[in-house]
Design a protein around this ligand. Structure first.
Ligand SMILES: *Cc1c(COP(=O)(O)O)cnc(C)c1O
Length: 351
């Protein structure tokens, strides 16, 4: 039976976490002179920012718990899901010793966070449909492998990963399995949060940066067993989610009813591009997508990238990524932007 305590680094198991003024006093009082704040107020336009924010974001978690059908103790909030990726690696990987595993091509931050922490990232190639082949894991996992990252829908390919291979990894790997669902709101499949009770080693990452349209705020979510969440709370910077972010996110959660309509419109844009792009001479292939972007193979990615830049259109050139030769990653924009992209590609002067 998986127990997070068996893989948490020893120094973290024994360390005493920082205890803030707000941790140590939780009762009712009228005078708060315990945190060296400015009790006169602040120079910010809005008031209320002179106090340190709730280190555990209780109000926010209560609302997220209802929306996601989990308990507040199963939620960790990070300064972007990128912070959760970094903390998960630091929680269980001994620098210069342990390893993580991810399937390429995929999101770049697993590699960056691994390198920053001096943790080796073992990369296993996805197949030609950007799916996991579990037989490719032969010889890739050892007792130092502490985390397997699965990105679903995967960035930059856009597809959901198959359920059976994911289940196989969850059932057979004795470390953390992190499923990064940054794009799940655009997919026609339930989140793996619905299966947290089955898999004690599962961590699901989601974010407010994509469908919710709040990339600038930096707010990411990790869902896992209360045991795992408690360790993340133990090692996080004390006030990692600032007060402005907490207030704006609370407000946005109040508008959650508007999310499906916005997502629907973006999916409509995706479908327009999926139908239109293959008819253009410069386009070789449009890969299937469960996200808000498309991986598109063109005649020459570097040339088309530069050409589009000249037209004032920035896309992401992914040609150097494994399995992505001559591929551009293109986000779905507004209706006008999608049309501008199609018009520009239509007018591309093929050599
Ligand atoms: C965009 C993205 C994220 C988002 O990270 P934030 O730090 O929450 O903005 C996470 N994972 C993947 C795969 C992404 O593409």
């Amino acid at each position: 039976m998986f127990d997070i305590k068996n893989i948490v680094r020893t120094n973290i198991l024994v360390m005493k976490p920082y205890s803030s003024a707000r941790d140590e006093f939780k009762g009712e009082a009228s005078v708060f002179i315990d945190a060296n704040e400015n009790n006169l107020g602040s120079l910010a336009k809005d008031q209320g920012y002179n106090r340190y924010p709730d280190p555990y974001q209780r109000k926010l978690k209560e609302k997220i718990a209802v929306l996601k059908d989990v308990r507040p103790e199963q939620i960790f909030l990070g300064n972007g899901s990128d912070e959760a990726i970094d903390l998960l690696i630091r929680l269980v990987c001994k620098p210069g010793f342990d390893e993580i595993l991810a399937f390429s091509p995929t999101y770049g931050m697993y590699d960056v966070s691994a390198n920053l922490n001096n943790v080796f990232l073992r990369q296993v190639a996805l197949d030609e449909n950007f799916q996991v082949q579990t037989n490719r894991l032969q010889g890739q996992i050892n007792t130092n492998t502490k985390i397997i990252f699965l990105c679903s829908p995967n960035n930059p390919s856009g597809n959901l990963l198959d359920t059976p291979s994911t289940e196989y990894i969850l059932q057979n790997f004795d470390g953390l399995v992190v499923i990064d669902e940054a794009y799940i709101d655009f997919a026609d499949k339930p989140s793996w949060t619905t299966r947290l009770a089955e898999f004690p080693n599962l961590v699901v990452l989601q974010t407010f940066s994509k469908a919710w349209g709040m990339a600038a705020l930096r707010l990411g979510m990790a869902f896992a067993s209360p045991d795992i969440i408690q360790f993340l709370n133990k090692i996080k910077p004390p006030y990692n989610i600032n007060e402005a972010t907490q207030q704006i996110a609370l407000d946005a959660l109040g508008n959650a009813g508007r999310l499906p309509g916005m997502v629907k419109e973006i999916i409509k844009g995706r479908q327009y591009l999926q139908q239109t792009l293959p008819g253009l001479p410069v386009v070789r292939k449009v890969f299937p997508s469960d996200a808000n972007f498309l991986l598109v193979e063109v005649s020459d990615a570097n040339q088309v990238y530069d050409y589009l830049l000249g037209q004032g259109i920035v896309v992401r050139n992914r040609t150097t990524q494994p399995g992505c030769h001559n591929c551009l990653r293109i986000s779905v924009g507004t209706e006008k932007e999608n049309q501008a992209l199609v018009a520009a590609l239509q007018a591309y002067p093929e050599a």
